[in-house]
Design a protein around this ligand. Sequence first.
Ligand code: CS2
Length: 497
Amino acid sequence: MGLARSGSARLSLATLRDVPARMRPGYDPGAVGVGIVHLGLGAFARAHAAVYTDDVLAAHGGDWGLCGVSQRSRTVSDQLRPQDGLYSVLERSPEGTAARVIGSVREVLLAGDAPDLLAARIADPRTRIVSLTVTEKGYRHDPATGRLRRADPELAADAEGRAPRTVLGQLAAGLDARRAVGAPITVLCCDNVPRNGWLLRRLLTEFAERRDARTGGHLAGWVDSEVTFPSTMVDRIVPASQPADRDEAAGLLGVTDAGTVVAEPFRQWVVEDSFAAGRPAWHDAGAILTDDVSAYEVLKLRLLNGAHSALAYLGALAGHEFIWQAVADPALNAVVRRLMAEDAAPTAASPDGVAADRYRELVLERFANPALGHRTAQVAMDGSQKLPQRLLDTARERLAAGAEPVWVCLAVAAWMRYVVSQGPDLDDPMAAQLAAAVGGADEPEAVVRALLGVEDVFGTDLAASAVFRDRVTDWLAQLHTRGAAETVRAAAGAGSP
Ligand code: CS2
């Protein structure tokens, strides 16, 4: 792990007193019981929901500790278990780094190791919320239709009764055990997918019906009457942690911390207030509890995440390793501003009190934070799962309004160029399907036709839009012949291309 201060004690409940008092949790983590099972204990969850809950525990106490569940790799459980679930968040801004130890994660499980224990945790009446950050691809659905991928072999095996390896399988097994206890519960999706609560209810119901058909059970009906699925909008930029971050954490804390995560100072959480068995007082930690999350969600997914993806693909193609470098590029900055103002903003009604242009400036300031070290390659991952809600829905609405989504088309063309240029190294759950669709095609027209034909991503309508298809093709041709940097420079210089 290359910890800076070898020989230093490691963060744990026993060594917490060695950490400067202002950096410690404002309560005794060891005394907190589990009230939330969180699926997907990645860096984002640890720097977002777990932090809000840590604030609530400091302010109000209560048994809202998290049982954090890693899905695949052993890394997080190896980092956190020897530390009694404790870890630090390094908040990075151009002014410096502030560290705090988070105590809200009270247990760490690896899903594959303990499927029965996980189901028992979800069934336990003391568990009142199951929350999730498993990324867009974790739901195994078709982003274009919002339906389960019927042919997914992992889902099929879980529905056939195997010890669950998929998120939906784990949820179904746990909720079915809870049905025997009869205690209502809330499932809280915290991923960047549109109408995430509604979508997760639909996907889980679809899966439960398949499972019921095999078992003769009544899980789908129970989920319908006893489980709530509030929607959320989640926002904080959290780059993947690097060895140097762990060294800095050791320097600041005075103990070593294998599980430290890095984040920007900004954080936002908007939550639909629909909880079947109670919830922590997250509003006292700055979260917005509301009846309707939709305006916040659409604004964030289309302006922030849409611009982020555009910067990631154009930035990577232009040779920028980090997002802050891409947004500091005057031509790229100009192009992304136009995408946000001319294509995305007209499709996103601002929530009360939020001015779209002020929101845009704040987002660009956050992207420009050089202390974060957020890689374009990280944001560029899983494009097939991200493009629909970040860019394609914007394009659809602009086209329906009779407008040409010029800048969204540039971002889509950049994604296509990125897909082809990455070849077998493309980090995307649909990499094989995208490569097969492109085949040996190289001409822009052929590449656009091939990728627009991938209905799981583009549906059927966009391929049929000559306006969309021709503009994407024109941009891809420019990226081919002039390269990304020159294409963007020319576009930024031109009034309207
Ligand atoms: C990013 C998001 O990696 C990505 O796809 O766009 O993780 C982004 O940083 C967050 O949604 C910000 O809240």
